[in-house]
Design a protein around this ligand. Structure first.
Ligand SMILES: [Zn+2]
Length: 425
């Protein structure tokens, strides 16, 4: 198994610098194979394609991919899990992962041991490209759900050593643990790093000197990025991943956009089902090119990202880059007239006296801003937060800022925005 893993890794590493045309041709071939395979072997796709009158034979050139019916979480949830699995696999023999329920009810994702290794290798490729070595100790700040009960044998002999810290522990305790472990790499939700950065500010200086900080799982606000960079004296790298399929796009040492893993996924960026131009925002529709137990084909993720461009990156990687992750589906706010507003344009964290904040949209005309006070907090802080949010949101919405003692996390993540309205488009 290790030999296969090493061979797969070397191929994946080699892909980083292959000519883009070659990668795209391979991507299209793999996509067509996956669609045919799913039609032949997965009852869910057989039914879906038959009902839509689609046949895999119709796929001749790239633009034909739009003939393939799209899927989404709701369709998967309605289906019998057995029908989502290729007939060659037994549900009881597969690994299972539950996506978090923050955007509604959870979805069970089934995968093989090979899928798991592939995901790990894709992840390691990002870390190595960003300067990690085999001996670098990593700390994963995680909610308990993600702590694996197993360790690879090579970890027991000192390769890719990894420790875990619970994201739900108080910040000062996490900092003590970090100081004890002295990791070279920290991998964490952005919100956990923000919490730790505030602790470091209180402490006066950073007790550790990681060479790499990597965030994932949440939309990274520019203010937060700056705060973490300052506190840990690093230039953090962010990864855009999906629980359903692993790391999709990632930042390289240039920290200029996110490279898309086009050797593992076929991604589309759509507006009303039509592809948008490079640099324009579109909803992500994704095909996982390697999950054969439970295929995800043209799966609508609902996250909005800007469509990638193909300008060469000085890091040497030929994968196209996404400039901005505009918002996860759950992260959007709406103005009183229904216009979608990205949480990235708020600068509440820069207001003196704000340690942390969260915005809860109760209705199109009501928004609550929770403020966890930091040094320099005064009544004026709340007023400034309200003024700023009103200015961004526009007229017709009542904004109330409230001081809170803590901001609770959900599944280890601290979401900056909670939308209680059903107004997604
Ligand atoms: Zn790059």
């Amino acid at each position: 198994m290790y030999l296969t893993g090493i061979k797969t890794y070397l191929n994946l590493k080699n892909n980083l610098t292959r000519p883009l045309d070659e990668l795209k041709a391979e991507q299209w071939r793999t996509f067509k194979n996956m669609v045919s395979y799913a039609y032949q072997r997965v009852p869910f796709y057989r039914k879906l394609y038959d009902e839509a009158g689609f046949s895999p034979d119709q796929l001749r050139e790239l633009s034909d991919l739009r003939l393939v019916p799209r899927t989404n979480k709701a369709l998967f949830q309605e289906a019998d899990p057995e029908e989502l699995i290729a007939v060659d696999f037994k549900l009881s023999k597969l690994h299972r992962k539950r996506t978090s329920g923050s955007s509604g009810s959870p979805l069970n994702v089934y995968y093989t041991a090979e899928d798991r290794i592939y995901r790990t290798l894709i992840h390691l490729r990002i870390l190595f490209h960003n300067g990690m070595t085999f001996r670098d100790k990593m700390v994963h700040i995680s909610d308990s759900r993600n702590v694996p009960s197993f360790r690879y044998a090579f970890q027991k002999i000192g390769f890719l050593p990894k420790d875990f810290i619970y994201a739900a522990d108080p910040g000062d305790q996490q900092l003590v643990q970090l100081a004890r472990i002295k990791p070279a790499i920290i991998y964490s939700y952005a919100s956990s790093m923000v919490l730790l950065s505030s602790e470091i500010e209180k402490f006066g200086n950073c007790p550790i000197h990681p060479k790499l900080v990597i965030t994932t799982g949440e939309l990274l606000n520019p203010d937060d990025r700056e705060l973490i960079n300052q506190a840990f004296c690093v230039k953090l790298r962010d990864i855009y991943g999906l629980v359903e399929m692993g790391d999709v796009a990632w930042q390289c040492p240039e920290i200029n956009g996110y490279h898309l893993n086009i050797d593992s996924f076929l991604t589309e960026f759509l507006d009303n089902g039509e592809p948008v131009k490079a640099g324009q925002p579109g909803r992500l529709c994704i095909t996982n090119l390697h999950s054969r137990a439970m295929p995800f084909i043209r799966f609508d993720v609902e996250d909005v990202l800007t469509a990638p461009h193909e300008e060469p990156c000085p890091c040497g990687c030929t994968f196209p880059r996404i400039d901005v992750l505009q918002g996860r589906a759950d992260d959007w706010l709406y103005s009183a007239d229904g216009k979608r507003i990205s949480p990235l344009i708020f600068v509440i964290a820069s207001i003196p006296g704000v340690q942390q904040y969260r915005m809860i949209q109760k209705a199109l005309d009501l928004l609550i801003v929770e403020i966890l006070p930091g040094p320099g907090f005064a009544e004026e802080t709340l007023k400034r937060a309200v003024d700023h949010v009103v200015e961004v949101m526009g007229p017709g919405i009542r904004v109330e800022a409230v001081k809170v003692d803590s901001i609770s996390q959900q599944a280890g993540k601290m979401r900056r925005v909670i939308s209680e309205i059903n107004h997604k488009s």
